[in-house]
Design a binder for this molecule. Structure first.
Ligand code: GYE
Length: 355
């Protein structure tokens, strides 16, 4: 009996010792876990897709900068060019209570509701690359990206100067515009810039067709445009991948790309100046490639740190960009009162291009 009583006493003692010890180590584990987590800012990044070389470089740049070595735990989502997938990703980030959301929006409209949800959850949202068109700009904290209208103006001023230098009259210029994804800021800026340039100088836009920023679509659209129009002499491609597809279509149709419009060559203008595009510039197949810089990771990281650190920050940050040609006819263009250099592409410059 006595033995039994003793046992009865011993069991609870052992049990509480065990609980105490395991409890201690569990608490310790939680503590170190919490400490580890506290060291990182959690950032959710909704990337719109992987449609182009530009986009792949943009994703890499952002992943490199928003890394654990820089104190950031990145949650990444690729929306495959679908807005509803981006909205879903943002809602997931809100649920996970991230410290900051980064959004590279596929198109400009349709973001008000989800951005309000992020705002209600007190999560800052930084927009990269394209813009959002929302009723209240307070729905996003800041933006980093390119000036797409300026890119288009550089292209148009170059074309005008080039045509003048070669004695090509404006009314003989017949352009097709291979547009980007309709409703994307890059498309809106580049397409509207071309319309303005054409009005200003008197060129003809024969057709404007979306090609979704991909090589496959660029080729397909160009093939059908060549069938419908035999007078095209300028193709304005709203990114390099479309230009590469268009060049394939033109060459397969038996025509030549180049700058000798008067002798039947088709002059290609492109945007991005990624390695793939610049290679075509060096081969003389793209006449002008206006840079759109995808390396947004570092300015974005700085911005996140400023926002989260309660420091002053700029609401809009424009990335610096150049324009490249292998033809040295035009070395400068002027937009309003600012003059922009055209970089004459060399193999050395191309070699340095990392994306
Ligand atoms: O030009 C294109 C990409 O929005 C600036 O999107 C970006 C554009 C870029 O797919 O290659």
């Amino acid at each position: 009996m006595i033995k039994k009583k003793k046992r009865k006493l011993i069991y609870p003692i052992i049990l509480s010792l065990v609980l105490l010890l395991t409890g201690c180590s569990a608490a310790k584990e939680e503590d170190t876990q919490a400490q580890e987590e506290q060291q990182y800012l959690t950032v959710g990044f909704s990337q719109l897709g992987a449609e182009s070389d530009w986009r792949v470089a943009n994703t890499e740049s952002i992943k490199d900068s928003l890394s654990r070595t820089n104190g950031i735990e990145l949650l990444f989502d690729d929306a495959q060019q679908k807005q509803d997938r981006q909205i879903l990703a943002i809602r997931n980030f809100i649920q996970q209570e991230v410290d900051c959301i980064v959004l590279a929006p596929v198109t400009e409209t349709g973001w008000d509701t989800v951005l309000e949800e992020a705002r209600d959850a007190d999560i800052p949202v930084i927009i990269v690359d394209r813009m959002v068109n929302v009723k209240d700009t307070y729905l996003y904290t800041a933006w980093v990206g390119s000036d797409f209208k300026r890119e288009a103006s550089i292209a148009c001023e170059w074309l005008n100067s080039f045509a003048l230098a070669k004695g090509i009259s404006a009314r003989d210029i017949k352009i097709v515009d291979l547009q980007g994804t309709l409703g994307a800021t890059a498309q809106i800026g580049r397409s509207s810039g071309l319309v303005l340039g054409s009005k200003k100088y008197g060129w003809n836009i024969v057709a404007s067709v979306p090609a979704d920023y991909t090589q496959a679509k660029g080729k397909e659209v160009m093939q059908s445009l060549l069938k419908d129009h035999d007078d095209i002499n300028v193709v304005y491609c709203e990114n390099d991948n479309e230009a590469i597809g268009a060049i394939e279509a033109i060459e397969e149709s038996g025509r030549k790309v180049g700058t000798d419009i008067r002798n039947g060559e088709i002059l290609i203008i492109s945007f991005d100046a990624a390695h793939s595009g610049l290679s075509k510039v060096l081969e003389g197949k793209i006449a002008l490639d206006v840079e759109c810089n995808p390396l947004q990771g570092e300015p974005l990281r700085q911005l996140i740190n400023e926002v989260k650190g309660g420091q002053e920050f700029q609401k809009y940050t424009y990335i610096e960009e150049k324009a490249f040609s292998a033809d040295d006819t035009i070395k400068k263009v002027k937009i309003d009162d600012t003059s922009y250099d055209i970089t004459i592409l060399t193999p050395e410059i191309l070699e340095q291009r990392e994306y």
